[in-house]
Structure formats: structure tokens, C-alpha cells
Design a protein around this ligand. Structure first.
Ligand SMILES: Nc1nc2c(ncn2[C@@H]2O[C@H](COP(=O)(O)OP(=O)(O)OP(=O)(O)O)[C@@H](O)[C@H]2O)c(=O)[nH]1
Ligand SMILES: C=C(OP(=O)(O)O)C(=O)O
Length: 212
């Protein structure tokens, strides 16, 4: 089965505010873009992924992600993450009415294509399923079969809320790269330990003042 992924990205100047202690205003937007680029590149390299739709109001970030092969949809609702995802899902279904769909966060810089394929293969067994994040509090992926609505409830405590909404929680091992979102400095260290993509590696080196 081949999936359409919907990846949301906040305007970079506002993104990853919880990383302010780790990366100052000069470096944080570049780091957020690097996370998104590595996430999109890994998603597009996944055998289970047909296409990637990025929903963002950040034009330069959109151009960079389009250059990697993503389709970019403006965040027209401008009403937060879940509205952006619903809007992008409608766009994706207008292009491919029968596609299974998954929302994936843009802050997964360690994402490995084979691990993403395992998660999507597992999700394909259910009408609607999600993967909790590494902290086991949030969600990194929400997947729906063809003909099903995404009905996303990302945000605070989204693991509990996705479960309460009837989505099946995927309990998989060895998919750490799909679960490791980066909100804090500790998350960034955990992602670096897993092994990040090249753009995040370069941005992290700039952060540490080495190389570049
Ligand atoms: N298009 C769009 N994407 C969003 C919006 N809010 C959050 N996102 C994206 O949704 C994903 C999960 O959000 P968070 O992990 O909270 O990331 P963030 O909002 O950059 O981080 P903080 O500023 O620390 O809250 C990330 O890929 C964000 O870029 C929104 O209003 N519109
Ligand atoms: C939006 C989410 O991400 P975070 O918890 O990383 O803000 C979520 O987990 O639903």
C-alpha cells in the first residue's frame, strides 16, 4: 500500500519555541527548517510513501521543501495545527480520492525510511491509528484508511486524546526514529544519538560552533 503523507510546518520564525534555551533566535529557524527537510527527505525515500503534502504559510520553507519533492499547500485556515492538517488532507483527497493518508510531524530529524514503512504497514491494519511520541505523551503520526477522515487532535496530551477519539494506538518496537520528535534540548540530544539527517547534522554543528 502507498500512502500520502501530510506534514505541517509552522512559520519558521515561530517554530520550535521550546528550543529557545538551546538555540537562540538567530539559529532556531534554520534548525526548524533542517528538521523539516530531513523529515520530508526521509518520508519521500520511504517505499510505502507515494507523495508528501506540506502545509505551511512559510514561503521560503515551502520552496525548500518543494525542491525536495513535496507538494506545498498554504495554511489557509490559519487556525492552528489541526485545522491545517484537515485542510491539507482535503487537498490530498481532492488529488487522490482513494489514498490512505497519514499526518506526520515535521520535527523528526532522525526519521529512517524503513522504520516509517513499518509504522505505515502496521497502520494499514486499522481504519484509524496513531503512533505515540518518544515521551509517550504526544503523537508523531496519525493514519487513516481510504475513505476515512483524519479527525486530528494533535496538541497537548494528544496520545490520550487520539486514543479517546477511537484511533488505535500502534504498539511497535524498534521504530524510535518515527517517535523521536524534537521539542526540547534533551529531545535534540536524543535525536542526535539516534543519528539525524544531513541538514540537521549541519545545523547542529553550527549550533555547537563547529564546522561550517
Ligand atoms: N501548518 C501549521 N503547522 C503547525 C502549526 N502549529 C504547529 N505546526 C506544526 O506541527 C508540528 C507539531 O508541532 P510542535 O511539535 O508543537 O512544534 P512547534 O509548534 O514548532 O513547537 P513549539 O513552538 O515549541 O510549540 C510541527 O511540525 C509544527 O511545525 C500551525 O498552526 N500550522
Ligand atoms: C503537536 C504535538 O506535538 P508536541 O507535543 O511535540 O507539541 C503532539 O504531540 O500532538
Amino acid at each position: 500500500m502507498q500512502w500520502t503523507l501530510v506534514i505541517p510546518l509552522k512559520p519558521l520564525a515561530l517554530a520550535k519555541s521550546r528550543l529557545a534555551d538551546t538555540a537562540g533566535d538567530a539559529l532556531r529557524p534554520g534548525l526548524a527548517l533542517a528538521f523539516a527537510e530531513d523529515t520530508v527527505a526521509a518520508a519521500l525515500a520511504c517505499a510505502a510513501v507515494r507523495d508528501v503534502v506540506v502545509v505551511t504559510d512559510d514561503a521560503p520553507a515551502g520552496s525548500a521543501l518543494a525542491a525536495l519533492g513535496a507538494r506545498v499547500v498554504p495554511d489557509e485556515p490559519r487556525a492552528g495545527l489541526n485545522a491545517a492538517l484537515t485542510h491539507a488532507a482535503a487537498h490530498a483527497r481532492a488529488v487522490r480520492p482513494e489514498t490512505p493518508l497519514a499526518a506526520l510531524n515535521a520535527d523528526l530529524p532522525a526519521l529512517r525510511p524503513p522504520e516509517l514503512a513499518r509504522v505505515l504497514d502496521a497502520a494499514a491494519e486499522f481504519p484509524r491509528a496513531f503512533l505515540p511520541d518518544a515521551a509517550a505523551i504526544g503523537t508523531t503520526l496519525l493514519a487513516v484508511a481510504a475513505g476515512r477522515e483524519l479527525l486530528p487532535v494533535f496538541g497537548t496530551d494528544s496520545r490520550v486524546r487520539h486514543r479517546a477519539s477511537g484511533a488505535t494506538e500502534l504498539r511497535l518496537t524498534a521504530v524510535d526514529s518515527v517517535r523521536q520528535d524534537v521539542d526540547t534540548g534533551d529531545d535534540l540530544r536524543a535525536a542526535l544519538a539516534l543519528g539525524v539527517g544531513p541538514r540537521t547534522a549541519a545545523a547542529a554543528a553550527r549550533l555547537l560552533g563547529i564546522g561550517q
